[in-house]
Design a binder for this molecule. Structure first.
Ligand SMILES: [Zn+2]
Ligand SMILES: [Zn+2]
Length: 264
């Protein structure tokens, strides 16, 4: 299996995952054109992608879905409620539909097994996923206000974890956003702070993952090094072999360019 994050943050999220002959995008929140450009930059033929799997209806996750689905002929896997809330430019015209998915039912795209689960966020029906193929499991968890018991459980045994580390609480407090937006971000259905992600690393992370990728960082209210240090400090308190290698194993996903490949 191999995975690459094409972009991550409030200006657009997309992740590419491949196992054997099968490949899928999780979200297409960059424009379709930019998604195709970044895919070709990393050597992936967009027209061979088998599915676009959607987490929720916010624009930074669906902006490119309609045009990408149309041009790459990739079916869209989405829940009924999320589909109903999507404000696609151009309506649903040209979209290819895949399965209607739900948080209670795993589904397959070729050799990729998707296990969706609900997370606390202000989308109508927001999902996170673990994806499995050939004994490898990865977790994709962004856009949530806090880490529930269910999230902690689902992230056990993952070989790769992509997890939100959206904002630094102090930077959010003094940052440039209007008060209502600050409230939204900090709420239980908003976005994960560096502190909350650090708490999970200290208390619940099982140490199995080869890599932890911090994702969906706020441009205004976070900094890659601030988020990374917060995670490293949390891991430092744990002491086993993983934690000695944390420097190498904690990565940060960027908004403006694709990550490295993660291969298993
Ligand atoms: Zn988002
Ligand atoms: Zn969202």
């Amino acid at each position: 299996m191999r995975v690459i994050i094409l972009g991550s943050g409030s200006s657009g999220n997309a992740l590419y995952i491949e196992a054997g002959d099968t490949s899928a995008l999780v979200d297409a929140g960059l424009s379709a054109k930019e998604t195709a450009r970044r895919l070709s930059e990393v050597g992936v033929d967009a027209t061979r992608i088998n599915a676009v799997v959607v987490t929720h209806e916010h624009a930074d996750h669906i902006k490119g879905v309609r045009v990408f689905s149309k041009t790459a002929k990739a079916p869209v896997f989405i829940s009924q409620e999320t589909r109903g809330e999507c404000r696609w430019q151009g309506g649903e015209q040209g979209i290819r539909w895949g399965e209607t998915i739900s948080s209670s039912a795993p589904f397959q795209v070729g050799s990729l097994d998707f296990h969706p689960f609900s997370i606390p966020h202000d989308g109508i029906d927001t999902f996170a996923y673990t994806v499995e193929a050939a004994g490898i499991k990865i977790g994709i968890v962004t856009d949530l206000g806090y880490i529930t018991q269910l999230v902690a459980e689902r992230l056990r045994g993952c070989n790769l974890i992509i997890i939100e580390s959206n904002h630094d609480k102090e930077m959010l407090k003094i940052g440039p956003y209007p008060w209502a937006l600050k409230q939204r971000i900090a709420s239980n259905t908003g976005h994960l702070s560096n502190d909350e992600t650090a708490r999970w690393l200290r208390e619940d992370f099982d140490g199995k993952a080869e890599y932890i990728v911090l994702a969906h960082l706020s441009k205004q209210c976070n900094h890659p090094e601030v988020a990374r240090l917060s995670a490293l400090e949390a891991l430092d308190k744990r002491g086993s072999l993983f934690y000695q290698q944390a420097e190498r194993r904690v990565k940060v996903a960027a908004q403006d360019h694709a990550s490295e490949w993660f291969e298993f």
